[in-house]
Design a protein around this ligand. Structure first.
Ligand code: V55
Ligand code: FE
Length: 507
């Protein structure tokens, strides 16, 4: 085991005096464009270059980690920041901005104390004794709309429900007590045919454990099925793949261990000797029909889409041949370089696979789909779980200059489109001082063909210390924005978002 970067014990942490000045750590992720923004604002009628399509009526929501107080550990992971929601409401050619922190229990307690009380990411042993046992959810990773509710998600805790108009926090959403655990993924999938939300939870006990729970939640909010299966080791399971007929989990050795948590602050440690496994679970039969495969050592970052055709399962996702060392640098074998994620297509023969991971073999095909590294993929949500034609990603396009103001944030210089029928890609780059964040697809109308619609993405204008929200023709992103909505200040760069049509909001 590598030496922890910041050894500590709960006692040491608890006796730290409260900070006398309000100051961010002097590290790159708290400096310049990457410093917390913390601005809660209403800006009506944002300046627009070009013309917002009048049929674009609804709200773009996005979750970010915008730290309220200096962390108790200067090397705290970025993803431990407080949930901040960015909303741009589109109304008949106009765009209004609202930003607000999620009032989590943690946020409210820390605000009252005027300092951080929660310690390292998911590590209760590093929290101030005054908050022991308090839910540490920070609702900073994604935001979804389900059963008429706006939910801000963090995989380490349960969702928080927000008012979709005011962004006021309504409280923790535990699905009316229908799910047993303390956690819920930030990457549930909407089944476009049934309106169901298909979700999972790992480490649902609140500490490292080897169970994964799968939930099927009806459009009404009723949990119709909950199942549990076991994995070879406890590790980060950030995203997954869902087809109409199967659930696919990539289990990578970014492992979590309770003993380690007591000894050091970091929740995850990369153990390359443990290997990578893939679990495929038939949706109808359930976990009894689980099949295990082996993979070369890698980590899935985010999934694009997957589908089942007879005995073949196709899974398109970003995988990196390393752990996520920028967040969790400890490994069991000393320093290792972090490798970027690339979009890969995995093809499985479902007649293969083993009932137990010990017997699994490496019997699938893997092919790289896009030459440039990237992440934050999107398909038209109406074709999720079946074969899609169109795909969009954030990418580091090899032919474009790297954003020259770094090093933090999504390392993208472009939005990239890929046609699944021809394999061709096109892209749009916002300029060398700018970095796009995750794109969100909005169909032109409910019955528009797949891909007919708009691609919305926040662009960090790093030289101007502010953001733009661009609207691109999703099938012609190379043409550049149809409209650029100018945000007059800097948002802290964020993660995942969604679009909710006006008709849904009014219901
Ligand atoms: C990720 C993000 C998280 C998290 C765990 O992108 C993994 C991966 C933003 O929070 O808590
Ligand atoms: Fe994610």
């Amino acid at each position: 085991m590598a030496a922890p970067t910041q050894p500590n014990t709960p006692q040491q942490v608890a006796t730290q005096p409260p900070p006398e000045t309000m100051q961010w750590p002097d590290t790159p992720k708290y400096r310049g464009f990457f410093a917390p923004s913390r601005i809660e604002a209403d800006v009506w009628d944002l300046e627009v270059e070009g013309r917002i399509p009048p049929e674009l009526n609804g709200a773009f929501y996005r979750a970010a980690a915008d730290t309220q107080y200096p962390p108790r550990f200067p090397n705290d992971v970025y993803i431990n920041g407080d949930g901040m929601i960015h909303m741009v409401r589109f109304d008949n050619g106009h765009a209004d901005l609202k930003t607000k922190f999620v009032r989590t229990k943690r946020f409210e307690l820390e605000r009252a104390a005027r300092q951080a009380l929660f310690g390292a990411y998911r590590n209760p042993y590093t929290d101030d004794p005054s908050v022991l046992g308090v839910d540490d959810g920070n609702a900073n990773t994604s935001i979804i709309w389900h059963a008429g509710k706006l939910l801000a998600l963090k995989e380490a805790a349960l969702p928080y429900e927000l008012d979709p108009v005011t962004l006021d926090t309504k409280g923790v959403h535990d699905f009316s007590g229908q799910i047993p655990g303390r956690t819920f993924t930030a990457h549930p999938k909407h089944d476009p045919r049934t309106g169901e939300l298909i979700a999972f939870a790992y480490n649902a006990s609140g500490l490292p454990d080897k169970q994964i729970h799968i939930y099927e939640i009806a459009g009404s909010g009723k949990v119709t099925r909950a199942q549990t299966f076991e994995v070879p080791y406890s590790s980060m399971v950030h995203d997954w793949l869902v087809t109409r007929d199967h659930f696919v989990f990539t289990i990578s050795p970014m492992v979590a261990d309770s003993e380690q948590l007591r000894r050091e602050e970091q929740y995850f440690v990369w153990d390359p000797n443990q290997g990578t496994y893939v679990a495929i679970i038939p949706r109808e039969e359930g976990v009894r029909g689980i099949k295990w495969f082996r993979s070369e050592l890698l980590m899935e970052t985010h999934s694009l889409n997957a589908w089942t055709e007879g005995d073949t399962l196709v899974a398109d996702h970003f995988t990196a041949k390393s752990g996520w060392f920028s967040q969790f640098p400890n490994t069991t074998v000393g320093p290792l370089p972090e490798k970027p994620p690339f979009l890969h297509r995995w093809t499985f023969d479902l007649t293969q696979g083993a009932a137990h991971w010990d017997d699994a073999t490496d019997t699938y095909r893997s092919e790289q789909l896009i030459a440039s590294p990237g992440d934050m993929p999107r398909v038209d949500p109406r074709v999720l779980m079946e074969k899609n034609r169109h795909a969009w990603i954030g990418g580091m396009h090899l032919d474009e200059p790297k954003c020259d103001i770094g090093p933090m944030g999504p390392p993208f210089n472009s939005l990239i489109y890929r046609d699944n029928d021809t394999g061709e890609t096109t892209h749009w780059a916002p300029g060398e001082h700018a970095a796009p964040e995750e794109p969100v697809f909005v169909p032109k109308s409910e019955d528009a063909a797949e891909g007919e619609g708009y691609l919305l993405a926040l662009i960090g204008r790093r030289d101007q210390n502010r953001h733009d929200l661009v609207i691109l023709d999703a099938l012609d992103i190379a043409a550049g924005p149809i409209a650029t909505v100018k945000i007059p200040f800097r948002l802290r760069y964020g993660f995942h978002g969604t679009w909710v049509p006006a008709e849904e909001l009014q219901r």
